[in-house]
Design a protein. Structure first.
Length: 267
């Protein structure tokens, strides 16, 4: 097992990179401890930790987010149509939300038709998905909560929520260690489970069981970041079926061009 001083050095080395400087340290520490068990040299463990962070998060951002400029754009968009236009442009900067843009007008309206209007939401491993708020069938006065591994993303969202005309709170979290426990009408886990299961194979089942929400919207990518389908839709449908087997939950399935979605009703 790595000693504390070596692990501290690894976390410091990883977070000295601008790309990973704002990842919550607890998350870096957990990955780093795992890699130090595999690699005898600190330099190798640092590289391996960065590679894993790239796989689950870094690969989705082509360039560093310009959060201050984005807030200015949102502040200058007083109408719903203007906010939708700005949010679409911002979601272009993240690979996961960019893939959803062709179906964004339908995605939440269709997938949440059974439970709309939604009064409270928690967005798990959210990325830039909260920017889709103007497209969601939310009730007036709805509350929106969101968590991800980036502290600067959480700060941006906390400042963006009032500009999106919603009450919200965002925070940085390591979901492999702590699952949020507040009750909401809806939990959103869009395209996050495959990434999280690269770090922890049991996290998908723990999330679905542990999240305190009446309904959970889960989705999986139907193609890779490079645009290849590779039988992904069938593979992920089978994986999801294993996660919910024997639960007795009500499940609705939705097919979109680049995404496969399921709405779970627990109650």
């Amino acid at each position: 097992m790595a000693d504390s001083e070596t692990l501290d050095a690894l976390v410091s080395a990883v977070q000295s990179s601008a790309k990973y400087a704002t990842v919550t340290p607890e998350f870096v520490r957990k990955l780093g401890a795992q890699e130090l068990k595999k690699h005898s040299r600190l330099k190798e463990a640092v590289k391996a930790t960065k590679n894993r962070l790239h796989q689950v998060a870094g690969a989705y951002l082509a360039s560093p987010p310009k959060y201050e400029a984005w807030l200015d754009l949102l502040a200058a968009a007083p109408t719903l149509d203007e906010r939708r236009e700005v949010c679409r442009a911002l979601m272009q900067t993240h690979a996961s939300t960019r893939e959803r843009l062709p179906t964004l007008n339908q995605f939440y309206r269709v997938a949440l038709a059974e439970v709309a209007p939604v009064r409270s939401v928690i967005d798990i491993a959210c990325g830039l998905n909260p920017l889709a708020i103007p497209f969601m069938p939310l009730a007036e006065g709805a509350a929106y909560y969101a968590c991800d591994i980036y502290t600067d993303l959480a700060d941006f969202l906390n400042r963006a929520f009032p500009l999106l005309r919603i009450t919200g709170a965002a925070w940085a979290a390591d979901l492999t260690q702590t699952i949020p426990d507040q009750h909401t009408d809806l939990a959103i886990i869009v395209k996050a489970i495959p990434c999280l299961q690269q770090l922890d194979k049991g996290i998908g089942a723990r999330l679905l069981d542990g999240i305190n929400a009446d309904h959970i919207l889960v989705s999986y990518p139907a193609q890779s970041l490079g645009g290849s389908s590779k039988g992904m839709r069938a593979n992920y449908e089978a994986q999801f079926a294993e996660l919910v087997a024997g639960k007795g939950w009500t499940i609705h399935r939705y097919d979109f061009a680049t995404e496969l979605a399921f709405l779970i009703t627990k109650t």
